[in-house]
Ligand binder design. Structure first.
Ligand SMILES: [Zn+2]
Length: 265
Protein backbone atom coordinates (compact mmCIF):
# COMPACT_ATOMS: atom_id res chain seq x y z
CA UNK A 1 0.00 0.00 0.00
CA UNK A 2 1.33 3.38 -0.84
CA UNK A 3 -1.11 5.98 0.11
CA UNK A 4 -4.67 7.03 0.31
CA UNK A 5 -6.54 10.27 0.55
CA UNK A 6 -7.99 10.95 3.92
CA UNK A 7 -11.00 13.13 4.24
CA UNK A 8 -9.62 16.48 5.34
CA UNK A 9 -10.55 17.51 8.83
CA UNK A 10 -11.85 14.08 9.80
CA UNK A 11 -11.96 13.81 13.59
CA UNK A 12 -11.13 10.16 13.46
CA UNK A 13 -7.61 10.71 12.18
CA UNK A 14 -6.91 13.51 14.63
CA UNK A 15 -7.71 11.20 17.47
CA UNK A 16 -5.50 8.56 15.94
CA UNK A 17 -2.49 10.73 15.40
CA UNK A 18 -2.77 11.79 19.02
CA UNK A 19 -2.72 8.09 19.84
CA UNK A 20 0.33 7.58 17.69
CA UNK A 21 2.14 10.38 19.49
CA UNK A 22 1.28 8.87 22.82
CA UNK A 23 2.48 5.57 21.46
CA UNK A 24 5.81 7.05 20.46
CA UNK A 25 6.29 8.63 23.87
CA UNK A 26 5.20 5.47 25.53
CA UNK A 27 7.67 3.36 23.63
CA UNK A 28 10.67 5.65 23.89
CA UNK A 29 11.73 5.58 27.55
CA UNK A 30 11.21 1.89 28.29
CA UNK A 31 13.95 0.38 30.36
CA UNK A 32 12.98 -3.22 29.84
CA UNK A 33 15.70 -5.73 29.23
CA UNK A 34 14.71 -6.17 25.62
CA UNK A 35 15.56 -2.60 24.72
CA UNK A 36 19.10 -3.04 25.96
CA UNK A 37 20.23 -5.89 23.79
CA UNK A 38 18.93 -7.82 20.86
CA UNK A 39 16.70 -10.80 21.56
CA UNK A 40 14.82 -13.00 19.16
CA UNK A 41 11.06 -13.32 19.64
CA UNK A 42 11.60 -16.85 21.04
CA UNK A 43 14.10 -15.48 23.56
CA UNK A 44 11.67 -12.76 24.62
CA UNK A 45 8.92 -15.35 25.16
CA UNK A 46 11.34 -17.55 27.12
CA UNK A 47 12.37 -14.66 29.38
CA UNK A 48 8.77 -13.56 29.97
CA UNK A 49 7.76 -17.16 30.68
CA UNK A 50 10.40 -17.24 33.41
CA UNK A 51 9.08 -13.95 34.85
CA UNK A 52 5.53 -15.25 34.96
CA UNK A 53 6.27 -18.76 36.26
CA UNK A 54 9.71 -18.54 37.87
CA UNK A 55 9.52 -21.99 39.46
CA UNK A 56 8.24 -23.89 36.42
CA UNK A 57 10.69 -25.39 33.93
CA UNK A 58 10.46 -23.46 30.68
CA UNK A 59 9.01 -25.58 27.87
CA UNK A 60 10.57 -25.47 24.40
CA UNK A 61 9.06 -22.45 22.64
CA UNK A 62 8.58 -22.14 18.89
CA UNK A 63 7.70 -18.72 17.52
CA UNK A 64 6.66 -18.22 13.91
CA UNK A 65 5.17 -15.31 11.99
CA UNK A 66 2.17 -16.16 9.82
CA UNK A 67 -0.19 -14.43 7.46
CA UNK A 68 -3.60 -14.23 9.08
CA UNK A 69 -6.71 -12.45 7.86
CA UNK A 70 -7.05 -10.82 11.29
CA UNK A 71 -4.36 -9.05 13.32
CA UNK A 72 -4.45 -11.59 16.16
CA UNK A 73 -1.72 -13.91 17.37
CA UNK A 74 -2.10 -17.37 18.89
CA UNK A 75 -0.44 -19.50 21.53
CA UNK A 76 -0.83 -23.27 22.13
CA UNK A 77 0.64 -25.66 24.66
CA UNK A 78 0.74 -29.18 23.28
CA UNK A 79 2.68 -32.18 24.58
CA UNK A 80 4.97 -29.96 26.58
CA UNK A 81 5.76 -27.63 23.70
CA UNK A 82 4.69 -24.01 23.35
CA UNK A 83 3.80 -22.91 19.86
CA UNK A 84 3.35 -19.19 19.26
CA UNK A 85 2.12 -17.90 15.92
CA UNK A 86 2.31 -14.15 15.55
CA UNK A 87 0.62 -12.17 12.83
CA UNK A 88 3.14 -11.10 10.19
CA UNK A 89 1.96 -7.53 10.87
CA UNK A 90 4.18 -7.63 13.93
CA UNK A 91 7.23 -8.96 12.17
CA UNK A 92 9.78 -6.23 12.74
CA UNK A 93 7.81 -4.67 15.60
CA UNK A 94 9.97 -3.04 18.29
CA UNK A 95 11.10 -5.49 20.97
CA UNK A 96 8.98 -3.86 23.73
CA UNK A 97 5.88 -4.58 21.63
CA UNK A 98 6.84 -8.23 21.18
CA UNK A 99 7.51 -8.35 24.91
CA UNK A 100 4.07 -6.89 25.64
CA UNK A 101 2.54 -9.53 23.36
CA UNK A 102 4.46 -12.26 25.20
CA UNK A 103 2.98 -11.06 28.49
CA UNK A 104 -0.53 -10.99 27.02
CA UNK A 105 -0.39 -14.43 25.38
CA UNK A 106 1.40 -16.25 28.21
CA UNK A 107 -0.82 -14.76 30.90
CA UNK A 108 -3.89 -15.71 28.87
CA UNK A 109 -2.59 -19.24 28.48
CA UNK A 110 -1.98 -19.59 32.21
CA UNK A 111 -5.17 -17.70 33.07
CA UNK A 112 -3.39 -14.99 34.97
CA UNK A 113 -4.26 -11.29 34.98
CA UNK A 114 -2.54 -9.21 32.33
CA UNK A 115 -0.85 -6.04 33.60
CA UNK A 116 -2.41 -2.94 32.12
CA UNK A 117 0.90 -1.57 30.84
CA UNK A 118 1.39 -4.52 28.50
CA UNK A 119 -2.10 -4.32 27.05
CA UNK A 120 -1.71 -0.58 26.72
CA UNK A 121 1.60 -0.74 24.87
CA UNK A 122 0.39 -3.47 22.54
CA UNK A 123 -2.85 -1.66 21.76
CA UNK A 124 -1.14 1.66 21.14
CA UNK A 125 1.15 0.04 18.63
CA UNK A 126 -1.69 -1.62 16.70
CA UNK A 127 -3.66 1.63 16.84
CA UNK A 128 -0.98 3.57 15.08
CA UNK A 129 -2.29 5.02 11.87
CA UNK A 130 0.11 3.08 9.67
CA UNK A 131 -0.74 -0.17 11.43
CA UNK A 132 -4.46 0.43 11.06
CA UNK A 133 -4.03 0.95 7.38
CA UNK A 134 -2.07 -2.26 7.07
CA UNK A 135 -4.75 -4.14 9.01
CA UNK A 136 -7.45 -2.67 6.77
CA UNK A 137 -5.62 -3.62 3.63
CA UNK A 138 -4.78 -7.06 4.96
CA UNK A 139 -8.46 -7.75 5.63
CA UNK A 140 -9.36 -6.57 2.16
CA UNK A 141 -6.70 -8.43 0.24
CA UNK A 142 -6.64 -11.67 2.21
CA UNK A 143 -10.23 -12.00 3.25
CA UNK A 144 -11.99 -11.65 -0.04
CA UNK A 145 -11.71 -10.02 -3.42
CA UNK A 146 -10.27 -6.60 -2.69
CA UNK A 147 -13.00 -4.63 -4.42
CA UNK A 148 -16.35 -4.80 -6.16
CA UNK A 149 -15.22 -4.06 -9.71
CA UNK A 150 -15.49 -0.77 -11.63
CA UNK A 151 -19.20 -0.76 -12.46
CA UNK A 152 -21.13 0.97 -9.75
CA UNK A 153 -24.82 1.73 -9.56
CA UNK A 154 -24.26 5.42 -10.36
CA UNK A 155 -20.80 5.68 -11.87
CA UNK A 156 -18.54 3.51 -13.98
CA UNK A 157 -14.93 3.97 -12.88
CA UNK A 158 -13.62 2.99 -16.33
CA UNK A 159 -15.48 5.95 -17.87
CA UNK A 160 -14.23 8.33 -15.20
CA UNK A 161 -10.67 7.06 -15.61
CA UNK A 162 -10.63 7.29 -19.40
CA UNK A 163 -12.11 10.80 -19.45
CA UNK A 164 -9.41 12.00 -17.06
CA UNK A 165 -6.82 10.06 -19.01
CA UNK A 166 -7.66 11.98 -22.18
CA UNK A 167 -8.03 15.35 -20.44
CA UNK A 168 -4.88 15.21 -18.31
CA UNK A 169 -2.56 12.50 -19.60
CA UNK A 170 -3.07 12.63 -23.36
CA UNK A 171 -4.81 9.26 -23.15
CA UNK A 172 -1.41 7.64 -22.60
CA UNK A 173 -1.88 6.18 -19.16
CA UNK A 174 -2.27 2.40 -19.07
CA UNK A 175 -5.44 1.59 -17.19
CA UNK A 176 -4.82 -0.28 -13.93
CA UNK A 177 -7.43 -2.44 -12.30
CA UNK A 178 -10.24 -0.22 -11.02
CA UNK A 179 -12.73 -0.99 -8.30
CA UNK A 180 -15.19 0.32 -5.77
CA UNK A 181 -14.38 -0.46 -2.15
CA UNK A 182 -16.66 -2.77 -0.22
CA UNK A 183 -17.01 -0.23 2.55
CA UNK A 184 -18.48 3.26 2.15
CA UNK A 185 -15.39 4.77 3.76
CA UNK A 186 -15.27 8.46 4.60
CA UNK A 187 -11.70 8.28 5.80
CA UNK A 188 -10.17 6.37 2.91
CA UNK A 189 -11.57 7.99 -0.18
CA UNK A 190 -9.18 6.54 -2.70
CA UNK A 191 -6.18 4.32 -2.76
CA UNK A 192 -3.59 3.13 -5.22
CA UNK A 193 -2.01 -0.22 -4.49
CA UNK A 194 1.07 -0.65 -6.71
CA UNK A 195 1.60 -4.30 -5.78
CA UNK A 196 -1.80 -5.15 -7.28
CA UNK A 197 -1.78 -2.26 -9.76
CA UNK A 198 -5.20 -1.27 -8.53
CA UNK A 199 -6.97 2.00 -7.90
CA UNK A 200 -9.73 1.60 -5.39
CA UNK A 201 -12.33 4.31 -4.80
CA UNK A 202 -14.57 4.55 -1.76
CA UNK A 203 -18.09 3.43 -2.54
CA UNK A 204 -19.29 6.61 -0.86
CA UNK A 205 -18.91 8.26 -4.30
CA UNK A 206 -21.17 5.74 -6.04
CA UNK A 207 -24.16 7.73 -5.02
CA UNK A 208 -26.40 10.16 -6.96
CA UNK A 209 -25.83 12.71 -4.17
CA UNK A 210 -22.07 12.59 -4.63
CA UNK A 211 -20.81 15.43 -6.83
CA UNK A 212 -19.05 13.93 -9.85
CA UNK A 213 -16.31 16.52 -9.46
CA UNK A 214 -15.36 15.11 -6.06
CA UNK A 215 -15.11 11.61 -7.52
CA UNK A 216 -13.09 12.88 -10.48
CA UNK A 217 -10.67 14.65 -8.20
CA UNK A 218 -10.11 11.54 -6.05
CA UNK A 219 -9.53 9.45 -9.18
CA UNK A 220 -7.15 12.09 -10.57
CA UNK A 221 -5.17 12.08 -7.32
CA UNK A 222 -4.79 8.30 -7.46
CA UNK A 223 -3.79 8.46 -11.12
CA UNK A 224 -1.00 10.81 -10.10
CA UNK A 225 0.27 8.09 -7.80
CA UNK A 226 0.61 5.90 -10.88
CA UNK A 227 2.31 8.71 -12.76
CA UNK A 228 4.74 9.52 -9.91
CA UNK A 229 5.71 6.23 -8.29
CA UNK A 230 6.80 6.29 -4.67
CA UNK A 231 10.48 6.71 -3.98
CA UNK A 232 11.45 3.89 -1.64
CA UNK A 233 15.02 5.02 -1.14
CA UNK A 234 16.00 5.65 2.45
CA UNK A 235 13.71 5.09 5.35
CA UNK A 236 11.26 7.88 4.68
CA UNK A 237 8.79 7.31 1.91
CA UNK A 238 8.12 10.48 -0.01
CA UNK A 239 4.61 9.91 -1.19
CA UNK A 240 3.56 13.30 -2.53
CA UNK A 241 6.64 14.62 -4.29
CA UNK A 242 6.87 18.28 -5.35
CA UNK A 243 6.20 17.15 -8.95
CA UNK A 244 3.14 15.31 -7.75
CA UNK A 245 1.80 18.35 -5.94
CA UNK A 246 2.54 20.70 -8.82
CA UNK A 247 0.72 18.41 -11.24
CA UNK A 248 -2.18 18.03 -8.86
CA UNK A 249 -2.72 21.79 -8.78
CA UNK A 250 -3.24 21.71 -12.53
CA UNK A 251 -6.59 20.06 -11.92
CA UNK A 252 -8.82 22.95 -13.04
CA UNK A 253 -11.30 22.78 -10.18
CA UNK A 254 -8.69 21.83 -7.58
CA UNK A 255 -9.94 24.14 -4.81
CA UNK A 256 -13.59 23.50 -5.52
CA UNK A 257 -13.04 19.73 -5.40
CA UNK A 258 -11.08 19.87 -2.13
CA UNK A 259 -13.85 22.00 -0.65
CA UNK A 260 -16.44 19.40 -1.67
CA UNK A 261 -14.45 16.66 0.05
CA UNK A 262 -14.32 18.69 3.22
CA UNK A 263 -18.08 18.49 3.58
CA UNK A 264 -18.88 14.95 2.54
CA UNK A 265 -22.59 14.37 2.11
ZN1 LIG B 1 -2.04 10.52 -2.15
Amino acid sequence: MVDDINSPGGDLWTAESRDAETAANFLRPVNVASSLFFESAAEIFTRVHHEIRPRTPIPPIDVAYKKFVDPNSRIRLESGRLTVTITDLLEGAPAPVTEALAHILLNKLYRKPIARQHQHRYRLYLNRRDMRRRIDLMRQSRGRKAHKGPEGSTHDLVTIFEELNIRHFGGMMARPELGWSHIRSRTRLGHFDPSHNTIMISRIFDDPRAPRLALEYVMFHEMLHLRYPVDHSGTRRCVHTPEFKAHEKQFPEFKEARALLRKLW
